[in-house]
Design a protein. Sequence first.
Length: 383
Amino acid sequence: MNQTNLPAVVQTAITEQKIDLSQVNLMLPTQTFGEVLGQYDRVTIEVVTVDPDPKAGEVAEIGGKKALGRVPLEKIGAAVGIIWDPANTTILESTSKKSRAKATGALRKPNGEWIVLSEEKSVDLEALEEEQRLSLEKKAEKGNPDGKVLEWGEAKGSSKKYPKRFEPWKNEEQKKTWLERALRESLLQYRKFKDERAMTGAKERCIRALLAIKHAYTDEELKKPFAFPRVLPDVNKMLANPEVRQAAIDRMTGAASSIFGPGNGGRRERNITPQHQAIEEDAGLEIPASEVHEVPEEPLPTFDAPEEPPQEESKEQAIRRRLQEYVDDSTYDILGKATSPAGKSARDLVKELLARTDATLDDLAVMDARVQDYLAKVGGGVS
């Protein structure tokens, strides 16, 4: 991208941070982003890297290209300061066959205008079952996948080989039994985490739409980190002016409570402390680490309040309950076989965390997210 075609405030931020545009994918949410900047605002460039190796879990291969997964999209959303409307980011429908979620996010432009967008995502288990059945039937036509490989094929334009023909089935009954079992196994994780998949999908769609992120990128594009301009209050300039000093203090401390109620404190970026990092390394699962810092509050967009706010368990209670299920429920026995580089099983790590008296909500959330990612991966699907 030619720097001379960029708004002046974005050019200034790039120059100050010494960012080489030829080495990044610069993303502008709108063509007018940064043309007008408030007197007490500044623009900074947030840089997010993405691991292009599908084995790292940050991208999924689609038609020769790679789509960004949940982890890099969450990093991007946090980097640019997307906020989520708690009243309109929720599960709209949850039945035994379907889950539908809605996410409403907002992104502030330099001129003070908020871009607000809602997206929905559905997980239809009946459609997924039919899709999985067709895929497994096609696989079964090659023979018994649990048997010996009789012939290997080679993908076009690649040296990677794949099983082309297996040893034949003993009879139709053996084939039918394998198909039904394989189908049940492939759908298990979808059934258990359909609401989570729907919500994740809704948020991912919202982040992509707000920031003009393409559905898929080439390896060459993913070699470069993504750079996003973000608007922040110039607190030093505000505090230096006696006439607006108190307004600056109110702006930093009062906005969160006015939206989410008293006692919430300032809005935070995702908090990954050294303690959390230790959990991550022990579990052998990668989590994006970011600096812990308070984000000065912006004037936030007004969202319609729900007519009947649901009375639900606290976030910490919900996460503790789910982690305890991973320990107690035999359905999750696979966690006892997943061994981390430290020699401990995933189930043991969960037990240790639950037993700690100093475990914070962030500790619990990090572990819960990693376990869910692992279970979803084992289930053979990407949300």
